[in-house]
Write a protein that binds this ligand. Sequence first.
Ligand code: ADP
Ligand code: MG
Length: 669
Amino acid sequence: MKGVGPKNAVALSKLGINTVGELLQTYPFRYDDFAVRKLSEITDQEKVTLKGTVASEAVLTRFGRKKSRLNFRLLVDHDVVMVTFFNQPYLAPKIETGQEMVIYGKWDSKRQRLAGMKMLFNAGTNDIAGVYRSSKEIKQATIKKIVVTAYELYKDLLIDIIPLETRTKFRLLPRQKMVHDMHFPVNQTSARLARRSATFDEFFRFQVKLQFIRKTEHKEQGIRLAYNNAKLRSFIAALPFELTDAQKKVINEICSDMHHDVHMNRLLQGDVGSGKTVVAAVALYAAVTAGFQAALMVPTEILAQQHAEKLDRLFAKFDVTVALLTSATASRVKTRRELLKHLNDGQINVVVGTHALIQDDVVFKRLGLVVTDEQHRFGVNQRQKFKQKGTLPDVLAMTATPIPRTLAITMYGEMDISTITELPAGRQPIETVWLREKQLQEALLFLTRQLELGAQAYVISPLIEESEMMDLKNAEEVFSRLAKQLEPRYHVGLLHGRMKATEKNDVMSAFKAKKFDVLVATTVIEVGVDVPNATVMLILDADRFGLAQLHQLRGRVGRGSKQSYCFLIADPKSEYGVSRMKVMTETNNGFIIAQKDLELRGQGDLLGNKQAGVPDFQVGDPVADLRVLQVAQTEAAEIINDPAFMQKSENKGLLTYLKQELAQGISFD
Ligand code: ADP
Ligand code: MG
């Protein structure tokens, strides 16, 4: 582009700007307001522009070689204020008594002083001016100049992606006007209107990509799992409990997907304890009755073992062969070979396993459904690889890390979402208490009394993220302290991440069989462990854990009909820490906790880096602009799913955009 030499090109590239298109879509991150303000309406420390007459000689004081201060009085309406410029001595000769001046600066109301930042000799036609992200290599002013040139030269290439009808319906600016006003708004109102349109534009573009991919995926492959309805009914009737309405609802959604020859890509959300496993079991069974194999993939060996046992029990009378494939199985060569053979010849109907399931030598005869539990632990690539093991099997991803709907849409926009919205009847909310460290003995006293009543308890040792060794040492210390205090009357077990899988399983089984009353554990028990008789949980240094993690941990109790308790032992050092402890004591609802988490620490932390494919929105905020996000999604779906989508002339811009994006090999997963 004219005006961008090699040096600037490199500097811009470092800011993520490589094309004119990217440049024009890199909007100011804030606007400075140069509209002249009245003294009566400005507040302390506000950045404002004042207009007045110079009322005194400018006095320049230098200190040191580089530092200086320039003082003069300014008559603003009927008030005199002091103006101070630091380190801009060259302004001194330009200031003359009686002259009218416009100055931008920070207002100090106590001293009636404006700390001048900028002298505006001609304030220009715009009240506000965008500020861009700049760097050492490229200055603000240079970027601005380049943006102005780029807009002038290339504005005609800014074609509308959002069809006219949608734009009219939601009163959105045409693209050219929108980009113009994002960069060069006349005033706050025009900036706000531009931002509104840009937010929609950004969400819309994201959504059409997802929806387009989804549509093509649906069309391409997909198998019809014609399950046996009567068998399914008798399986459900044989369950030891009545399904909740919410469970029935999601089962219907899942079955309907499976029955159609579209490719199911569904996310099953449900708070801890909402009964996702049994929903998965129904889906797995449905696939088997349709003559397919099904796989359940989980993140840990303990969980795999537990699920396999549970499914074994559930399927006992239903002629389903369940197998377990983990790295522990892998170490027994013969067992493994046998297992692989029967996966290949179809004798095994359902296989439960860890990531060992996606190794290359695992070959299915006819894989129809893959269920993943706690799938946020799985990389997207792993999921992809799994898909390739069958003719694109249906996918059901379960997660107990509830994410607010807003984020669900942005993260899993390509997936359909089923949510279990209620817990089984008769569950009592877990009573959660936050105690200071000096109150630890009180908590232990309570815990012992519960043990006396026949309950079991978990004690979670402090999390040391930096070092697994320290983590272990901590757990061992807690263990020996507790053992000293409680044994021989009660038995204490220890479970930590450095144990071998088989050892872990042994400990878990022993705990389940009530050979231990108390289980000291690191966060290895975080996910999915199900021991209904355990009703007390004590979490040490609770403020070291994230909210989502605390909620997961707490979900290990309250799994039966008995009242359960959770003690958070923590001396948080910050207000943020205190707020987090309070959130935990105030609600048992994972969705609310996730929302609070989001508010308290921002979405970046909630999601971590685990989940690939979460786009960074530049203008829109998925939480604050939730409504817009939802509208954009609905609108995008309607447009993309219109059978005449490709033919309609008003979709030309959109089609061009999609082709461009797809050609660039942008991945949507
Ligand atoms: P999660 O959603 O956390 O995976 P689980 O599937 O492990 O929850 O279920 C938690 C407990 O609730 C299990 O012990 C399970 O047997 C039980 N459960 C599941 N559904 C129901 C129901 N409809 N009524 C009663 N208990 C149920
Ligand atoms: Mg579960």
